[in-house]
Design a protein. Structure first.
Length: 250
């Protein structure tokens, strides 16, 4: 165990008010590429850039093209929660973790068992008919292989926040409150360049900001601990120690 991971272990053992804020790097260990990886969205060979295709106006005016891109680049039905997702769910079960805040839309935190998850950009697991409001799971989108329609004839839209759309302010406010109240804020797998979501950590008032990221971020100078290792392996090691400690005290 490295000195950095040992320090994180000590930090978590001495608190029951941890909040985790994560980005695309959390899910890369599940086989989901981030936007800027070799297989990511920005390497796509499409007529339009990803920001255009994933906009509300493109969805409205070129729905078939939107769904072709969305199904190929945004949906990973075979992806499973990785060590990071599982470790965070265990920390919540132990009473250590109070909330997960994620920029991802893959729903893997929920699938791993986390209960208090704030999905800033929505979830691909949820899909809503724009006409009658009926809900559908991801299978409905995959089965359609084109524009997904409800039995009422309405177009089904993924419950994800597209470009040109506003974030859900109720989710934002709850996330801000969780960060503001946190004793420990762990930030992982995000460049902290995507706003307004990245600006949420400015609401943190504690003195234990932990960054787990393989590359530098603009918040490195504010961090109390920086770990440049795998998020999944790091959190798995920390949780293993906290579990043993809990069993020893029972």
């Amino acid at each position: 165990m490295t000195p950095e991971i040992k320090k994180l272990k000590d930090i978590i053992q001495n608190t029951d008010n941890v909040v985790f804020f994560g980005g695309a790097g959390v899910s890369t260990e599940s086989g989901i590429p981030d936007f800027r990886s070799a297989d990511g969205l920005y390497s796509s060979k499409y007529k339009y850039p990803p920001e255009t295709i994933l906009s509300r106006s493109f969805f409205n005016n070129h729905t078939e093209g939107f769904y072709r891109f969305y199904c190929e680049k945004m949906l990973y039905p075979e992806a499973k929660p990785n060590k990071a997702h599982i470790a965070l769910a265990k920390l919540e079960q132990q009473g250590k973790l109070k909330a997960v805040i994620t920029q991802n839309v893959d729903g893997l935190h929920t699938l791993a068992g986390s209960k208090r998850v704030f999905e800033l950009h929505g979830s691909a697991l949820r899909n809503i008919c724009l006409n009658c409001g009926k809900n559908f799971n991801m299978d409905k989108i995959l089965e359609s292989q084109s524009v997904a329609h409800c039995s009422c004839g309405g177009i089904i839209k993924p419950d994800v926040v597209l470009y040109e759309e506003q974030l859900d302010m109720n989710v934002m406010m709850e996330a801000i409150e969780a960060i503001y109240d946190a004793d420990v804020l762990i930030v992982g797998g995000t460049s902290l360049n995507v706003y307004p979501a990245a600006g949420l950590i400015e609401h943190y008032r504690g003195d234990k900001l932990v960054l787990i990221n393989k590359s530098q971020t603009s918040y490195d100078r504010n961090a109390d601990l920086i770990i440049r290792e795998s998020i999944g392996q790091t959190l798995e090691k920390v949780v293993a120690v906290t579990v043993r400690a809990a069993l020893g005290n029972s």
